[in-house]
Write a protein that binds this ligand. Structure first.
Ligand SMILES: Cc1cc2nc3c(=O)[nH]c(=O)nc-3n(C[C@H](O)[C@H](O)[C@H](O)COP(=O)(O)O)c2cc1C
Length: 189
């Protein structure tokens, strides 16, 4: 079954879109749980999968967790404008988001998110910084004895634009939402 149908109006589609992103933040089985975060690195697009940890419907903010020493942080400090891509294979629906990221590290927002984190704290507690070249796999996986939030960072994406593409055998449905101008438009797929 499709996520979006030809008879749905823009208001209904926007609501579906926001709800599906919200659900991805609460449901680890959601197809939109793993998203591709695209930044710019030395002029080249740089992509990697990340987990969609939370999506706030009212503010259209999306949250990602990462290590403050990772390359993406350096890239985001240089250019906080990003795009995010996700695809639900079963529903044949692609979502692309564009917006601006704010980095939260050792502040109130980071502390609140760290407090809700149940597992996976080792991801932010490697001895070496992510991406550093090492001599062995063992060296690569050295974890600190005690976990803390020293390198835990929260990326808060203020979503400014969303584009959905619903594949449909009777004609694909492609729509661009501009959240800043509160406008929507069909696009030629
Ligand atoms: C399914 C999947 C989920 C991932 N989730 C995260 C994540 O939530 N945060 C993160 O920093 N890296 C995550 N990673 C690892 C990143 O893809 C990436 O390898 C790492 O963050 C280093 O990226 P960078 O060097 O561009 O900063 C995930 C990888 C996969 C395959």
């Amino acid at each position: 079954m499709s996520l979006i149908n030809p008879e749905d109006n823009f208001k209904e589609i926007k609501s579906t879109l926001l709800n599906v992103l919200n659900r991805a933040g609460n449901d680890s089985h959601s197809a939109f749980r793993f998203i591709i975060l695209n930044t710019i690195s030395d002029g080249y697009p740089n992509s990697r999968y990340v987990v969609l940890r939370k999506f706030k419907i009212d503010t259209q903010e999306l949250f990602i967790y990462t290590d403050s020493r990772s390359n993406k942080i350096k890239e985001l400090k240089e250019n906080p404008l990003v795009s995010v891509l996700a695809y639900d294979e079963q529903k044949k629906c692609q979502i692309k988001l564009k917006g601006k990221i704010s980095i939260h590290h050792q502040d109130q927002v980071a502390k609140e998110h760290w407090g809700t984190l149940l597992g996976g704290k080792e991801s932010y507690n490697t001895q070496g910084q992510p991406g550093k070249k090492v001599n062995s796999l063992e060296d690569a996986n050295q974890i600190k004895n005690e976990y803390d939030d020293k390198y835990f960072a929260v990326l808060a994406l203020e979503v400014r634009q969303a584009e959905v593409l619903q594949l449909n055998k009777d004609g694909h449905i492609r729509i661009l939402f501009d959240f800043e101008k509160d406008r929507a438009s069909y696009l030629v797929p």
